[in-house]
Ligand binder design. Sequence first.
Ligand code: GTP
Ligand code: SPV
Ligand code: MN
Length: 608
Amino acid sequence: MTLLDRPFAIGNSQTQDVRRWVDEIAALTTPADIVWIDGSRAEAHRLARQLVDEGKLIRLNAEWRPGSFLARSDPADVARVESRTFIASEKEEDAGPTNNWMAPDRMRAELEVAFDGSMRGRTMYVVPFSMGPVGGALSKLGVEITDSAYVVLSMGIMTRMGQQALDLIDAGEAWVKAVHSVGYPLIDADGVTRPDVAWPANDTKYISHFPESREIWSFGSGYGGNALLGKKSYALRIASVIARDEGWLAEHMLIIKVTSPAGRVFHLVAAFPSACGKTNLAMLRSPLPGWRVETIGDDIAWLRQGPDGRLWAINPEAGFFGVAPGTGESTNPNAMETIWGNTIFTNVALTDDGDVWWEGKTKQAPAHLIDWEGNDWTPASGRPAAHPNSRFTVASAQCPSIADEWDAQNGVPIDAIIFGGRRASNVPLVTEARSWSHGVYMGATISSEQTAAAEGAVGELRRDPFAMLPFCGYNMADYWGHWLKVGEELGGNAPKVFNVNWFRRGKDGSFLWPGFGENIRVIEWICNRVAGEAEAVESPIGSLPAEGSLTLDGLDMTKAQLTELFDVNPKAWLDETDLAEAYFQQFGDKVPKRLRAELDSIRWRLRE
Ligand code: GTP
Ligand code: SPV
Ligand code: MN
């Protein structure tokens, strides 16, 4: 269908807005044709077939993995590019020292050059979508224009995509503009054509955000958060700005429903940096009798105070874009069941019988594979078969542990907020904040070892406040202030706040805590604390489980290991406060006084 034969209601200003904008982008990028996406299954089927014909997707063996495909990206386009992610706010201080800022005028000028003719010879897709259930109380709308059919298919899994979203836009709802181009036109300015490639991309990349006009412009990458613009660009960077203005929170958090043996239900959210275990915790299968975890979201939560005064959350997404390596029957059986079929895999290895494999899927690697770059691979190859940031894209509804209320129009009421990072030392298995503002301090001082989810040296320690370092659309210190303000509004209804660390290592370098399913023991303690049924003891950095309050039966742990797991070393923690203070310094007077007071209070307690 072309632009001109799409029927629309005459006199409907919103539709005309979308059409005008589509015309504008088409005039700039000059695609060969324009397709409006309706979100039907027939359409997804057509696009998948087309991608297979073009050599951009490999159809997996339907006996093992029905309706599923493998995509192999350009080896230079495998993760989010934080160095090319921009916040083009009018004032530089509104982006803050942790974001790349560019003046909006200059950004627009550069984007105009990049996007000029960038879709020549390609189809431009118009993708209307809803973040959150269509018409939901906390949901928001957007339209992504893209020249990648892989992105359209992925958006169809990750969001509520299609006509229903456009109908709401037609009805006058606000919507966000997102423009995406892989930056690989098939015809140059002189009219010379070139063949397409399996994963078109451009060496020059921009993932640009205009917080004031609520616009997203992404160029040069087809991968994950760079290209599926409903995800990090909208649901976190732009939404965090909307949330600041409207008094709610847009967070890099999983959401779970936990049911106790007595049948009491708790809803928890947890913020961990990229590739630090959100999907694993979101799909936890409990080995503790009577305790049950159900999945609501694995990456993003939108939280808002409800009419009852409590904090309510929705998962704005409709699918999982999960890290494949390390996902197996023993670590995440629910994820393994979720991806039984109808899944797009990106940058994993291909088995000889047309299925997928990655490190950690099975204990033993197959004798022969085609690796993520399309080369022969054997266990003797000495390199990973799947890229460390390889991913699966699959609908949430396929998850066997999905909670009934995962797509509830009003979301779920939150009982506890958990922060965590990947820390080999110092940080205990679990700590409870003394207050909301102490909790905000915990969130603001998350640090974690760098993972493969973004470019950079894996393993290096980096500060990642609220796991939002690459995702906060405005000044990080203002964001801390906003969290304090939300806490004041919530008052006595505010959820309890905790910090966890599954990744502490012993002197021999091995993990002190078994992790994965066994994390239910920590979740149990947290729920029991919320219910007022577990004891805690004070420490300078927060409350720790009192002896006997954390269920450890059946775990193969020595007393010495347990001591190490919970050790709070005053000297090491004074160093941590120095690091936090130095980190705060770069934000100048924007750092809320309350946070500095929390830091002083911890120092004072450590010196006692
Ligand atoms: P994004 O999708 O990038 O935001 O990340 P995520 O937080 O959802 O990442 P995910 O859950 O996929 O994290 C995967 C990594 O965390 C793998 O390397 C897992 O092996 C590791 N992991 C998850 N849970 C645990 C745990 O309890 N203990 C240990 N040691 N590793 C864990
Ligand atoms: C992350 O990096 O936190 C992700 C993957 O969830 S991406 O969508 O690519 O940002
Ligand atoms: Mn994430």
